[in-house]
Design a protein around this ligand. Structure first.
Ligand code: T46
Length: 138
């Protein structure tokens, strides 16, 4: 499975660092929503779902965490530990976020507003969905 990790350009000077993210320049879609999670309880696994349409970029702007990506055939674990790195997560990918450091702040740029009907929260349903989706694409 190909994973796309972006390295954003930090604008550093003697005062510190600044990262700017613009839709279509740095983020490959129109940004409709930004959300972030913090104070994540240790050993917790978040996510455990896929999206039918939503595209996202995940940036751990403070601390670190890991993301497990699963396309139904392959699984991959990606570490996010730099505030200038972004992981692209496409639709139809099961994702789990885990191993959060105590100080982790995971910020997410999303291509659409919150819509519970876009979620697939059952893993077997996800496998069925992508099988059907791939069938329709042939
Ligand atoms: C994803 C991963 C990376 C809202 O009201 N609005 C929102 O925009 C979001 C994202 C969540 N919520 C509510 C829904 C739940 O009551 O916040 C609560 C926690 O959401 P959820 O359990 O879906 O959070 P995660 O961390 O499991 O998943 C989130 C995103 O939901 C999901 O799209 O890809 O982060």
């Amino acid at each position: 499975m190909q994973t796309i990790k972006y390295t954003f350009q930090p604008h550093g000077d003697d005062r510190g660092q600044l990262v700017s993210l613009e839709e279509f320049n740095d983020i490959p879609f129109s940004i409709k929503r930004v959300y972030y999670m913090y104070d994540t309880v240790s050993n917790v696994i978040r996510g455990k779902h896929a999206h039918k349409k939503l595209e996202q970029i995940l940036v751990c702007v403070h601390g670190s965490c890991k993301i497990r990506l699963d396309n139904g055939k392959e699984k991959k674990i990606v570490s996010l530990e730099k505030p200038y790195e972004g992981l692209y997560v496409a639709s139809n990918i099961w994702r789990e976020m885990f191993d959060f450091s105590e100080d982790a702040v995971l910020m997410v740029f999303a291509s659409d507003i919150y819509d519970e009907t876009d979620y697939i929260r059952d893993y077997n349903e996800f496998l069925e969905y992508i099988k059907k989706f791939e069938g329709e694409m042939c």
